[in-house]
Structure formats: structure tokens, C-alpha cells
Design a protein around this ligand. Structure first.
Ligand SMILES: O=c1ccn([C@@H]2O[C@H](COP(=O)(O)OP(=O)(O)O[C@H]3O[C@H](CO)[C@@H](O)[C@H](O)[C@H]3O)[C@@H](O)[C@H]2O)c(=O)[nH]1
Ligand SMILES: [Mn+2]
Length: 392
């Protein structure tokens, strides 16, 4: 993204009023995870981050993925694969594929930055979260499974070769109690649960699907404040199996995946659509409204934006999505599907990337099955409004 003299100059100009030494960092060691990383970058840009956006990749990823990443990231940095090869603990965790997440700890080698926020490639940013840089190492949100451990999908850290070396040594000597980076990092930053409450990020910075299952009333109460969604667990938005929770977020993920990247702040001068602060602000303001459309987890109906086969990720599958999803991408304002009423006050949300007819049929079927969307479309206020219109 920052290649070429013009981009370099623009980036430098922009940096005078930004924090040059801070970056969001993610990781992708396979092509499917590159899809996730792309969404991390695009969603950060959409919400106007002033920080650099960096991805660490391993040498095995395809040329095509590298080219795609270069379009949306400021830096694509190749690192070596680091694998815990801890089959026993990973089997206990039920996630044999997570050994390579040890590669994540290479983020401490990015010493060109003074402070960073790591985001897993399976996260989706819903609003500007630059305030995370006000926190210190190691700040993270509790893990929903064991809240005395932090979840390593979102964390604030300070790059340091010394810390990196200590982490590698700990990994070599003791491994990780869960076979992945999260166990290792929790052993290293072991005072996290008791030491400093400022290092406990609010849960809305790392909202995971299984929390919706386990504590739906809390989600109803606080979910509209969500800032970062984490598709934690073996099923990802880009994989073929269905995610039964957070259907709207999965749609949002696909929408972001297919959208055109929003240019970084200083480069918006080059863009017709994104050059006015109020337009950016308008888009920022739209993000959280999506949550009002969350549907409870009992729904099992097929979603257009997900594959129905049980085959794993494959190129043809992606092609299928690309052709099946309506491309409203040309318009940067469609990101959240919000509609405006007659006096210009935005008041309702519509799910993303779903054509109205299909959506209406699905809605009707769900309603008839007793699966009303009480938090969104079928909320009391909306029904009241419809009745009022009808009676008028
Ligand atoms: O084959 C892989 C697997 C993982 N990753 C990266 O590592 C991250 C973690 O893997 P993920 O599948 O997202 O793990 P989670 O389902 O989120 O599981 C939990 O457990 C992992 C292992 O400890 C931690 O890394 C996670 O942060 C934690 O949320 C991903 O987001 C990617 O950035 C890859 O690049 N390639
Ligand atoms: Mn994750």
C-alpha cells in the first residue's frame, strides 16, 4: 500500500499528525487466513484508523494472497513458521491445527513500532478502536472459556527483542499448556488476572460467538456496544460450515471482504467518495447500528453468504461467493446497510449483502417458526411503528 514515491510522501505527510510508531498487527500462515487478514485491514480502514496496519505472513502463502494483502496493508512482513508441535495439548483443546499460532509471538520482533495492537485474522472491527493504544502491555480481554486467562485474539503489546527471546525460551523449555500461543502468553504474563485492572480490556473489544450462546441476556444488554467481533473457534466466516451465531456479523464479514478498501486517511484526498470528514464520520456512526439486528442463536436457516457444502475452503467456493453476492461495493456507504427515513434520520438496519426478496422470505419463515428477531427488525418499537403507519 505504501509502495511508490507518491504513496510514501502521502504517508509521511499524514504521519506528522498521527502516531508513526504504532501499528495494528495480524497474522496469516495460510491462504484462507489471508482472507481473514484482508477483512481485518479493510475494517480498520473503514473506521478511519490513524495507525499503520501490518500483516505477518509465512513463506508458504500464495503469490495471489500476497498481492491481495499488499493492496490493503501498509506492510506485509514475512516471518518464519513457529509450531508448538504439541499434539497432546492441542488434542485436549480439540484444535490440532493451532500449533502454528506460536508464529504469533514473532510480533514482538516488530521493533520499528513502539506499541502495537495484535488482532487475530478472524476478527472484524466495527468502529474506530485507536483508543486501545492508550493501554499498556499486556492488555487483553478475558477469555470466555476461562476468564482468569486473557484471550490472545486481541492484545496490546510493546515490541521488544528481549521479550521475544524470553517467549521463545519459555516455549522451548515448557511449551504451552494449551498447545497454542494463548497458553504460552498467559503463562508469560501470568500476573494479568490479578495485577492491573487497566490491562483488562472490556469484553466488547473481543466479543466472541460462544459468549452469545452462554450468556444471551448479557449480550442483549451490552451487545450493541461491541467494538471488535472475534470468530473464535474452529468454524470461521470463510469456512464451509455454518456459524450458527452472529449471522449478521458473518454477513458483515463477507460484505467487508468484497468491499473496496478504504484508503488511509491522508490518501483520501485522492478519493472522490471519502474526502469529506462528515462522510467518514457518517460511516463511522453507522457501524454499531448493525448489532441491533442480531438474531438469537436458534436460527438454522441457510444464509446466502455462506456455503452449504461440507468441503473445506477452496478456490471454486470463493468464486461461487464472489458471483453470488450482490456487489454494492462500488458505494462506500453501503457498508452497514442502514436506511434513512423521510426526514433523513437513520432509523432501521437491513442485513448486508442479502437481496430484499430473499430476506423477506427468510424473515417470514423465521417469524412463522416463532423465531422473531426481537433485537432488530421485530423489536417492539419497529412493530409499534408499523402499526402506527398502518393506522395512519
Ligand atoms: O492455520 C492457522 C491458524 C491460525 N493462524 C493465525 O493465528 C490466529 C489464531 O488462530 P484462530 O484460529 O483464530 O484461533 P481461535 O479460534 O481464535 O482460538 C484461540 O486459541 C488460539 C491458540 O492459542 C489463539 O491464538 C486465539 O487467539 C484464541 O482465540 C488466527 O486468527 C490467525 O491470525 C494462522 O495464520 N494460520
Ligand atoms: Mn481467533
Amino acid at each position: 500500500m505504501s509502495s511508490g514515491p507518491l504513496c510514501g510522501l502521502i504517508t509521511m505527510l499524514g504521519m506528522s499528525k498521527m502516531s508513526a510508531g504504532e501499528a495494528f498487527v495480524t497474522l496469516a500462515t495460510t491462504d484462507p487466513y489471508c482472507m481473514g487478514a484482508t477483512v481485518v485491514a479493510k475494517s480498520l480502514r473503514r473506521h478511519g484508523t490513524t495507525r499503520q496496519i501490518v500483516v505477518m505472513v509465512t513463506p508458504n502463502i500464495s503469490e495471489q494472497s500476497t498481492v491481495s494483502l499488499e493492496k490493503v496493508f501498509d506492510e506485509v512482513i514475512t516471518v518464519d513458521v513457529m509450531d508448538s508441535e504439541d499434539r497432546l495439548h492441542l488434542a485436549l483443546l480439540g484444535r490440532p491445527e493451532l500449533g502454528t499460532t506460536f508464529t504469533k509471538i514473532h510480533c514482538w520482533t516488530l521493533t520499528q513500532y513502539s506499541k502495537c495492537v495484535f488482532l487475530d485474522a478472524d476478527t472484524l472491527v466495527l468502529c474506530n478502536v485507536d483508543e486501545l493504544f492508550e493501554r499498556d502491555e499486556l492488555s487483553a480481554a478475558p477469555d470466555p472459556g476461562w476468564p482468569d486467562c486473557f484471550n490472545s485474539g486481541v492484545f496490546v503489546f510493546r515490541p521488544s527483542l528481549q521479550t521475544h527471546k524470553k517467549l521463545v525460551n519459555l516455549a522451548l523449555q515448557h511449551g504451552s499448556f494449551d498447545g497454542g500461543d494463548q497458553g504460552l502468553l498467559n503463562s508469560f504474563f501470568s500476573s494479568w488476572p490479578v495485577e492491573d485492572i487497566a490491562k483488562h480490556l472490556p469484553f466488547v473489544y473481543n466479543l466472541s460467538a460462544n459468549s452469545v450462546y452462554t450468556y444471551l441476556p448479557a449480550f442483549k444488554q451490552f451487545g450493541h456496544n461491541a467494538k471488535i467481533v472475534h470468530f473464535l473457534g474452529p468454524v470461521k466466516p470463510w469456512s464451509s460450515q455454518r456459524l450458527d451465531t452472529m449471522e449478521e456479523f458473518v454477513s458483515q464479514w463477507w460484505k467487508e471482504y468484497h468491499s473496496h478498501a478504504v484508503l488511509p486517511a491522508p490518501m483520501t484526498q485522492l478519493s472522490q467518495d471519502w474526502d469529506k470528514p462528515e462522510q467518514i464520520q457518517e460511516n463511522l456512526g453507522r457501524s454499531n447500528s448493525l448489532l441491533t439486528h442480531f438474531s438469537p442463536p436458534s436460527q438454522k436457516l441457510p444464509s446466502r453468504s455462506e456455503p452449504q457444502s461440507h468441503a473445506d475452503y477452496s478456490a471454486p467456493l470463493v468464486e461461487h461467493f464472489e458471483s453470488s453476492i450482490r456487489t454494492e461495493d462500488e458505494d462506500p456507504h453501503v457498508g452497514t446497510g442502514r436506511q434513512e427515513d423521510r426526514d433523513g434520520t437513520a432509523e432501521t438496519c437491513t442485513p448486508l449483502a442479502v437481496d430484499p426478496e430473499t430476506e423477506q422470505l427468510e424473515h417470514r419463515r423465521k417469524w412463522e417458526l416463532g423465531q422473531a428477531d426481537y433485537l432488530g427488525r421485530d423489536a417492539y418499537e419497529n412493530i409499534q411503528r408499523m402499526l402506527d403507519c398502518f393506522l395512519d
